[in-house]
Ligand binder design. Structure first.
Ligand code: TYM
Length: 352
């Protein structure tokens, strides 16, 4: 399916239902190589949702520059991330894959939302507090209004369902608050409610070095994460070195209480096997981590090897990849443009 999607941009794509489908929007920042957290918390669910939704998946480069990005690397990172998403199984002909800066409607609606959202709402965002750290005076204003742009990403398409990892929950609550306030202020039911889709046993994959910290593509330690591009040897080594505790695996999920590293590895295993932690512990409970880590590494290698190979293949043909993104941006703009134009009309901007 992926090969046909790449070779023929005019292909009709996978078989689709003809009834009106809910629209999905989700995004990912090109601020590094995507991790196992991005895959299990988001991209894998994006793939599954393609079968019964209209999906729009966006590489959010505007969001990425809220923290410093080397301009020599950003464009290539954007391409690499798009390749990686497609390699995971997103069909860019049946659905839309594009990069955010190519569709100006996002920024236009984000400005309106900057004027709708209240400072008090933004002050409560835990992700801003985490990312800004103690030196808050010195971070970009963009980082502060980041959730307003995120709300604009989704609502510019009147998307109603947003598959994300658990860390985005608060941002989606804020997006709903913005939509409601806009509708209230302008006296019209214009923006729909957004339903977060936070799915599966790995909605929050933790660092391999610290079970209390989220796995992140921007963590200083490469040992803390599995990158989707990691070679099999690197994956095996990182899993072998992953922090654990000395006790054997418990027989049931209640036994993972207070054992964040064990809980994390079991959650990853369960997600990869499309099952739940209870099932995994029925099979592996009582065993030490040595054997379990070996099984986990084998499963990871088996899952990620074809994704890394397909990503490399796509990156060897940048012209086709760029054509996919150009086509995606044109189709995205065709949806967002009339919605954002209507929002601007509702606000009262002069049209001459
Ligand atoms: P980003 O780039 O940080 O992450 C992309 C997606 O991956 C999920 N994710 C994780 N899930 C589980 N465990 C983890 N350790 C983990 N790390 C990341 C994220 O929850 C996300 O779903 N603000 C967003 C990007 C964005 C967006 C949007 C998302 C911009 N506009 C509109 C949805 C709708 C972000 O920084 O994702």
């Amino acid at each position: 399916m992926i090969a046909s999607a790449i070779n023929g941009l005019t292909a009709t794509g996978t078989a689709r239902k003809t009834t009106a489908m809910q629209r999905i929007f989700s995004g990912i920042q090109p601020s590094g190589i995507p991790t196992l957290g991005n895959y299990l918390g988001a991209i894998r669910n994006w793939v599954a949702l393609q079968h019964d939704h209209d999906c729009i998946y966006c590489v959010v480069d505007l969001h990425a520059i809220t923290v410093w990005q080397d301009p020599k690397l950003l464009a290539q990172q954007t391409r690499e991330l798009a390749a990686s998403i497609i390699a995971c199984g997103i069909d860019p002909t049946a659905h839309i894959v594009f990069h955010q800066s190519a569709v100006a409607a996002h920024v236009r609606l984000a400005w309106i939302f900057n004027c709708v959202a209240r400072l008090g709402w933004l002050n409560r965002m835990t992700q801003f507090k985490d990312k800004a750290g103690p030196d808050r005076e010195n971070v970009s204003a963009g980082l502060y209004v980041y959730p307003n742009l995120m709300a604009a990403d989704i609502l510019a398409y009147h998307a109603t369902r947003v598959p994300v990892g658990d860390d985005q929950r608060q941002h989606l609550e804020l997006a709903n608050d913005i939509a409601q306030k806009f509708n209230h202020d302008y006296g019209i039911d214009f923006f729909p409610a957004i339903e977060p889709l936070i799915l599966g046993p790995a909605a929050r994959v933790m660092s391999l070095r610290d079970g209390m910290k989220k796995m992140s593509k921007s963590d200083a330690s490469d040992q803390s994460r599995i990158n989707l591009s990691d070679a099999p040897d690197a994956i095996a080594l990182k899993i072998r070195r992953a922090k654990t505790d000395p006790a054997p695996l418990p027989g049931e999920p209640a036994g993972l209480e207070g054992r964040p590293e064990a809980r994390n590895l079991v959650g990853i295993y369960a997600a990869l096997r499309d099952t739940d932690p209870g099932d995994v512990l029925r099979e592996h409970g009582g065993k030490g981590f040595g054997a379990f880590k070996e099984a986990l590494a084998a499963l990871l290698i088996e899952t990620l090897r074809p994704i890394a190979a397909e990503t490399r293949r796509l990156l060897n043909d940048p012209e086709t990849l760029d054509a996919i993104l150009r086509d995606g941006a044109a189709r995205a703009a065709a949806i967002a443009e009339p919605i954002v134009a209507e929002a601007e009309r509702l606000v009262g901007f002069l049209r001459v």
